[in-house]
Design a protein around this ligand. Structure first.
Ligand SMILES: [Cu+2]
Length: 279
C-alpha cells in the first residue's frame, strides 16, 4: 500500500519537477511533450477520477508485488536441485478457497467506488446552464440553448493560419467559453457519424451519436484554457477536430454571451434554431 502511494507520488513529483504539469493556477491544460500522468484536474469529476486511478495503482502494485514474491519463493524453495523427488500435491482446499475469495473481495473493493464515480459523472441534478455539443465531419458546433440561444462552429486553425504561441492541432477559430464554478449540463449528438468529445482536464469523454442525445456535466474549478480532441475514429480528418475551451469568471461569461449573441446571430434576425438529435 505504502509502495503504491509512493509510486503515484513519485510520478506526480516528476511531472511537476520537469515542468510538465501546472501545480496551481491552471493557464492552459493541454498535452505537453514527454508528459507523464494526467493533466491537472479542473473539475470535481476529474479530481475523483485521479483519486480513483491512484487507488487502483496502489492495488495493482500490491498484487504485482505479492505475485512476484510468491513466484520467487516457489522458484527458489522448490527448485529441482533441492527437490530431487517432486511433491505430488494436487489439491489444497484452504489455498483454493483463499485464491477465490481474496480476488472477489478485491474486486468488490474496486467496484464500490467505481460505481459511485460512474453515477457521479452521469448527470447533475441542478444544472445552471446547458451546452450542446454537435459533432460533424470534421468540426464541432456548439449550441448555447438558454435565453434564446445561439450556435457557432469551431474549426481547426490550420498550420497555414496558426500564430506563434498557439497550439498546433489544438487551436480552434472559435473557442467554447464557459463560466467557472457553474454546473454545466453537457448534451452531445452528431449529424453524421460517431465522434467523441474529450477534454482530459475536465474528465469528460462522451460519444456523440447520430439520432441520440448523450448527457454528462462539468463544473470547471479554475479559470484557464482547456484543450481536447475528438476521441472516436470518425473519418479522414479525425485528428483535426480539436476542442478549445476558455473558462472565465461569471461576469466575463455574461459579457461574452452578450457579444456572442450579436456575433453569431442569424442574418434574418430569427432566433437560432436548436438542432435536434435527428438533424
Ligand atoms: Cu470526430
Amino acid at each position: 500500500m505504502v509502495l503504491g502511494a509512493l509510486g503515484a507520488r513519485l510520478v506526480r513529483g516528476a511531472v511537476i519537477a520537469f515542468g510538465l504539469g501546472h501545480a496551481s493556477g491552471v493557464l492552459a491544460a493541454a498535452p505537453e511533450p514527454w508528459q507523464l500522468y494526467f493533466q491537472p484536474p479542473a473539475s470535481p469529476v476529474m479530481e475523483r477520477l485521479v483519486a480513483f486511478h491512484d487507488m487502483l495503482l496502489v492495488i495493482i502494485i500490491g498484487i504485482c508485488v505479492l505475485v512476484l514474491g510468491l513466484l520467487l519463493y516457489v522458484i527458489v524453495r522448490f527448485r529441482a536441485s533441492r527437490n530431487p523427488v517432486p511433491s505430488r500435491t494436487s489439491h489444497n482446499t484452504v489455498v483454493e478457497v483463499l485464491w477465490t475469495v481474496v480476488p472477489v473481495i478485491v474486486l468488490v473493493i474496486i467496484a464500490i467506488p467505481s460505481f459511485r464515480l460512474l453515477y457521479f459523472q452521469d448527470r447533475t441534478a441542478d444544472a445552471e446552464m446547458t451546452l450542446k455539443v454537435v459533432g460533424h465531419q470534421w468540426y464541432w458546433s456548439y449550441e448555447y440553448s438558454d435565453d434564446g440561444g445561439f450556435t457557432f462552429d469551431a474549426n481547426l486553425v490550420s498550420d497555414a493560419e496558426i500564430k506563434p504561441g498557439q497550439r498546433r492541432l489544438l487551436e480552434t477559430d472559435n473557442r467554447v467559453v464557459l463560466p467557472v464554478d457553474t454546473n454545466v449540463r453537457l448534451l452531445f449528438t452528431s449529424t453524421d457519424v460517431l465522434h467523441s468529445w474529450a477534454v482530459p482536464a475536465l474528465g469528460v469523454k462522451m460519444d456523440t451519436i447520430p439520432g441520440k442525445v448523450n448527457e454528462t456535466w462539468t463544473r470547471i474549478t479554475k479559470p484557464g484554457t482547456y484543450f481536447g480532441q475528438c476521441s472516436e475514429l470518425c473519418g479522414v480528418n479525425h485528428g483535426f477536430m480539436p476542442v478549445a475551451i476558455d473558462a472565465v469568471s461569471k461576469e466575463d461569461f455574461a459579457k461574452w454571451v452578450a457579444e456572442a449573441k450579436q456575433k453569431f446571430a442569424r442574418a434574418d434576425g430569427a432566433p437560432v434554431e436548436v438542432a435536434t438529435a435527428t438533424q
